[in-house]
Structures are given as C-alpha cells and as structure tokens.
Write a protein that binds this ligand. Sequence first.
Ligand SMILES: NC(=O)c1ccc[n+]([C@@H]2O[C@H](COP(=O)([O-])OP(=O)(O)OC[C@H]3O[C@@H](n4cnc5c(N)ncnc54)[C@H](O)[C@@H]3O)[C@@H](O)[C@H]2O)c1
Length: 462
Amino acid sequence: MNEPNNSSQPSRREFIKTTGKMAAVSALAGLTVPHVHGAEGNTINVALIGCGGRGTGAAENALSVKSAPLKLVAMADVFEHKLNGSYRGIKNSRVGSKVDVPDERKFIGFDAYQKAIDCLRPGDIAIFTSPLAFRWVHFAYAIEKKVHVFMEKPLTADGPTSRRLIQLAKEADAANLKVGVGLMSRHSKPMQELHKRIEDGEIGDIILMRGYRMHGPVGSFASTPKPDGMSDLMWQISRFHSFLWASGGSYSDFLIHHVDHCCWMKNGWPVKAQGLGGRHYKESPEGQPYVDQNFDTYSVEYVFDDGARFIMDGRCMTGCNDIYSSYAQGTKGSAIIARHGDIGTPSMTFKGHKQGRQDLIWQSTDTSNPYQNEWDALVEAILSNTPYNEVERGVYSSLVTSMGRVAAHSGQEITFEDMLNSEHEYAPGVDKLTMDSPSPLPADERGHYPQPKPGLLGKREY
Ligand SMILES: NC(=O)c1ccc[n+]([C@@H]2O[C@H](COP(=O)([O-])OP(=O)(O)OC[C@H]3O[C@@H](n4cnc5c(N)ncnc54)[C@H](O)[C@@H]3O)[C@@H](O)[C@H]2O)c1
C-alpha cells in the first residue's frame, strides 16, 4: 500500500484545499509526505496497534475528528480475541462506516505492528495502545515509515527506555512527524484555563499539591498465579497492570494523570521523591497468593526545586474511603484541579484553603471531551503542518511517576536524575519477543515473581 516518497511536500491542509493539483505547494524539504492518492487521496488512514479498551476508544476518537476524513484500515494485537472484540466494537459504533479492516489487514503477533504500519502511507497515523513496554519499539518503526503517531500514557517505566524515547522524539521531529500522547489532562479546557489563572497569580505561588486515586482494585491490579496452558509472557501481558516491566504497575498506570497535571500546574518537574506503601492483602478471598508486583497503598512526597511539595496517594482496596481528585494550594488561595477522576470537572479556584462556596473565585463551564480534543489537536497539527510532539513531556511525566514508584518500592529517596540515568532496563530485548519467548520477568519454582522489598535492594525495585 505504500506510495513512493515525494520530496516536495505541501501541508496536509493545503493539499486538501487543492485536491487534484498534484504538485502545488512547496514545503519544507525532507519532511513528511502527504497523500497523493486517487479518489481517497485526502483521507488519513489509521492503524490501531493494541486493540483493548483504550485502543478501541482512541480509534473511535480518531474517526470522530471532523476536520479531515479518517479511516481505520489496519489492526494489530497479540491476542486474536482482543482484536476481534475491538473490531466489533468500533464497527458497531457510530463511526463504524469509517472502518475498512478486512481480515487480511488484521494482524496477530509481536510483529503485527509492523504489518499494520506497512498498510499505511507516509503521513497516515498509527495508534499505540498496547502496554507501555512496546512503545519505543513501535515508535521507532513508525518513524522509519514516516507515519504520525498517537501513543497512550505512560510511555516508559525505567531510565534506559526513557532516554531512548527522548532520542526517538528528536528523530520524529527531524522527520516532521506529529506525535500525540494520551495525557489528556493537557487537552482539558478547564485545566488549560486553570493553568492560565494560576500563572496569572490567582492563587499566589503554589506551595503544596495533592493527588488522590484511591478506590477498589481495578484492571489487572492484583494477580494470583498463572493458570496452566498460558506462557508467562502472554499471561503477564494480558495482566500488564500487575507487572512493572509491562506497565510500571498500578502506580505508573493509574496515577500518571494526576502526576502530569499537577506538574503542569506547577510549571516544573520535581527534583526528588520519597515514599512509602505496602502489601496489606497477600491472598485473594479464595486463599490464592497474590503474585503481582504492586503495593496496595502508596503515599509519595515529591519536592520541587523551590521546596514546594506534591503528595500523591494511591490505594486499591475495597471498603475504604474512596477519594479520586487533585488540588493545588497557593500562597493566596487554592484550586481544585480534577474534581473527580483524572479530569472530572469543574475545575475551581478559591480564596484561602477551605474551598467553601463563599470563597469561590472561578468555576469552569466547558464540558468538551479531552479525549476528543487531543485528537482534534493532533489532526489540526497534521493539516496545518505545525510542529507537534508531546513525547518528551510524556516521558518526563512517566519518569516523575516512576521516580515516585521506585521511591516507595525501594524505601529510598530517588532524584529525577537517579531515575533518568538509571541503567536498570526492565524488559531488554522486548523488540525481539515472539509468542514462544520467555518473559522478561521469570517466575520462581512456586510461580511467584520478585516483589519490591523496601530497604533491602538499595535503589532497585526488585
Ligand atoms: N489516557 C487514559 O485515560 C487511558 C485509559 C485507559 C488506558 N490507557 C492506556 O492505554 C494502554 C492500554 O490500556 P487498556 O486499558 O486499553 O488495556 P487492554 O488490555 O484493554 O488493551 C491493551 C491491548 O494491547 C494488546 N497488546 C499487548 N502487547 C501488544 C503488542 N506487543 N502488540 C500489539 N498489541 C499488544 C493487548 O493484547 C490488549 O488487547 C495502557 O498504556 C493504559 O495505561 C490510557
């Protein structure tokens, strides 16, 4: 399906305006190739890699973009049932008419991402919604094939892959590729306005922020031993929230949105973190041991360069007081960032810190969907050929999240530099995995995996 590269490249929007004129607008040499295809030449084709819950949602957001026609043309996963379920979901949704994925463009396996990207032309879009372990692998191939990318958070769980992804982001810029990252807080209009109000001094200088994500167990947070008949590798991938190499565990996967938007409100990244947590429930209600690598509770204190603090609390436990929201405290007042969940509205500012109605300064009214906004912004950047790359920021948010997780798991103070420069790569060789490969995290003879032991392993988690 690939078309040859074209060295003189108009912006996408220009191209759409001048349909039929093949060579019209000059552009920046060596940059991404627009489509010069027949009847459907203006359509941006999309490939979905990682066909689970979020991938299905992201594809629907993509196909809901109004500024250009987008079409889903290929899908890839390592599990056939996941791909089929996602295909049915998107096909039966209100954007189902924009799905054109015949069986020959449905790919299964660890190399499926290459086959799906090979169905795209330069200038199309690949969606990466597998667990994070595969981000850098998929991204490197997308850059080689000159396709734009939307990739989900978190981006990394360790130092080596963070450095690799930052380098790849530079290569994507050099190829004029546009890359969106699914930290959708940044596309929440209420949070954008709140950020501006904080910058303008409405609550003074921020001295404390608090994020809470405390609710019952969700996703694959906790795991009992692997069932017979499935390899360690495939089982761990199917339960990726349980394993640090695959996802950064529940701390990284669940808490990153609050970490990201609190750092944004502060306009900085913390320099260090210390934290604590523990495994309180070691067996399932049926008496099976839990063998995942997560703590049930986390409390991390991040410190910014100016001494301001950010406390991030996480808990996956039933029967406790659920809190899922985020706050900023300034020298003049305070703010509710996410009122509920990761991006729940309204955002608010208050005089003082009691946050009563009588002290309200501002309350957001926008109700647009950040998951849609982030897609509208990505496609707008493609059409207008405007620089757009959220990867470095996404890596920094991932690193800060990992820094808190490692601090809690190791019982040590972890600096940003420790995390960035760490040499411990959790899944080396993940680009060479096949269905028969051993897992990067082998089980012991009982079917258990190494779990964090604060105080015993220095700055290592396991
Ligand atoms: N931004 C958000 O609010 C948000 C919400 C949910 C999930 N996410 C992120 O999206 C990602 C996926 O989460 P999910 O909840 O959809 O999980 P999921 O398990 O439903 O989907 C992940 C899919 O990726 C597939 N997969 C695994 N390895 C693969 C590989 N090497 N190549 C191709 N496919 C592969 C799995 O089989 C599965 O179908 C995670 O990184 C998660 O943090 C983001």
